[in-house]
Design a protein around this ligand. Structure first.
Ligand SMILES: Nc1ncnc2c1ncn2[C@@H]1O[C@H](COP(=O)(O)OP(=O)(O)OP(=O)(O)O)[C@@H](O)[C@H]1O
Ligand SMILES: [Mg+2]
Length: 288
């Protein structure tokens, strides 16, 4: 089942910059998709099209087989939630509660339902204890969580995030990614996120789309996308760090290997297997 179909969309900004030059992409229901690409490749522009903040100059986007142009803004915002890169562009109410309640209030829900949704969303992002705090007094990472809560309170089917881990410390990155994975796995929310964090991709995502100069170069499972090292280089990206080490071991130190391990877990499994093999060989030689 396809949640969103992006059909050959083009977009040019007022100053004449062609930011999207014919992008086609199907986003499957329930998948966790990362859009990777260098600065200026069009990730943010593409994401802003997914909930109608920008309208394509050519081509169209279908949400559940129906053109986005046929939905009201309210219907789209209910189904597709977007979290901007900078939380300060998103948060506007004085307190955490008011900010998260804004969307549900606009849906005309009952007071009880609004309270329930705000508490549930804040609890999911681990911010329930900050319900009454002033937004200005939050740390950067806490602001990001409140932005995600604001979108979750709308109960969207698709969650679109622009560089959600940017500016977070390592523990913050892990906790946001774990939360997103849980929302994806447990609640079936389709997730599309723009990121430059190649190390995260093979750990959390089902599929990757690589953008370069307003076009999508390739789409596929991390193992397939990262196996094309020339294309990764062409898109000014790098392999995950652990895969870079494994690539050197394979290509320069002649360690035979099939697919490059992309995560620490995969590399550990491969190396432990090899090292155990060598240990057994040495033991056999010593005892012979
Ligand atoms: N408001 C704007 N007016 C004019 N040009 C813009 C505007 N916003 C973005 N662009 C241009 O559109 C192109 C794509 O920008 P976009 O922000 O979508 O890239 P990105 O992949 O999200 O980059 P980054 O990794 O830096 O966030 C760039 O060339 C950029 O300069
Ligand atoms: Mg961007």
């Amino acid at each position: 089942m396809v949640a969103l179909q992006i059909r050959n969309i083009r977009y040019r900004y007022h100053d004449g910059t062609y930011a999207l030059c014919g992008v086609c992409l199907d986003i499957q229901k329930g998948e966790f998709l990362a859009v990777l690409g260098p600065n200026g490749s069009g990730k943010t522009t593409l994401l802003k099209h997914l909930n109608g903040l920008l309208k394509p100059m050519e081509g169209e986007i279908l949400l559940e087989q129906k053109s986005l142009a046929q939905y009201s803004s309210r219907e789209i915002f209910q189904k597709v939630g977007i979290v901007f890169q900078d939380p300060n562009d998103q948060l506007f109410a004085p307190s955490v509660w008011e900010d998260v309640a804004f969307g549900p209030m606009n849906l005309g829900l009952s007071k009880n339902e609004i309270t329930h949704r705000v508490e549930e969303a804040l609890s999911l992002v681990g911010m329930l204890q900050h319900t009454n705090k002033a937004v200005d007094a939050l740390s950067f990472g806490q602001k990001k969580r409140v932005c995600i809560a604001g979108v979750l309170a709308m109960k969207p089917e698709v969650l679109v995030l622009d560089e959600p881990t940017c500016g977070l410390d390592p523990a913050g990155v892990t906790s946001i990614m774990t939360l997103l994975k849980e929302l994806n796995d447990k609640y079936g929310i389709t997730i599309v996120m723009a990121t430059n964090a190649v190390d995260l991709a093979p750990i959390y995502m089902d599929r990757l789309a690589i953008m370069y100069q307003g076009s999508i170069l390739t789409v596929g499972a991390p193992v397939d996308v990262f196996s094309n090292t020339d294309e990764i280089k062409h898109a000014c990206l790098e392999l995950p760090q652990i895969a870079q080490l494994m690539q050197v071991l394979r290509d320069e130190d002649n360690l035979p290997m099939g697919n490059l391990p992309l995560t620490v877990g995969e590399a550990r499994k491969f190396l432990a297997h090899r090292l155990n093999g060598i240990r057994l060989m040495i033991r056999d030689q010593v005892s012979a």
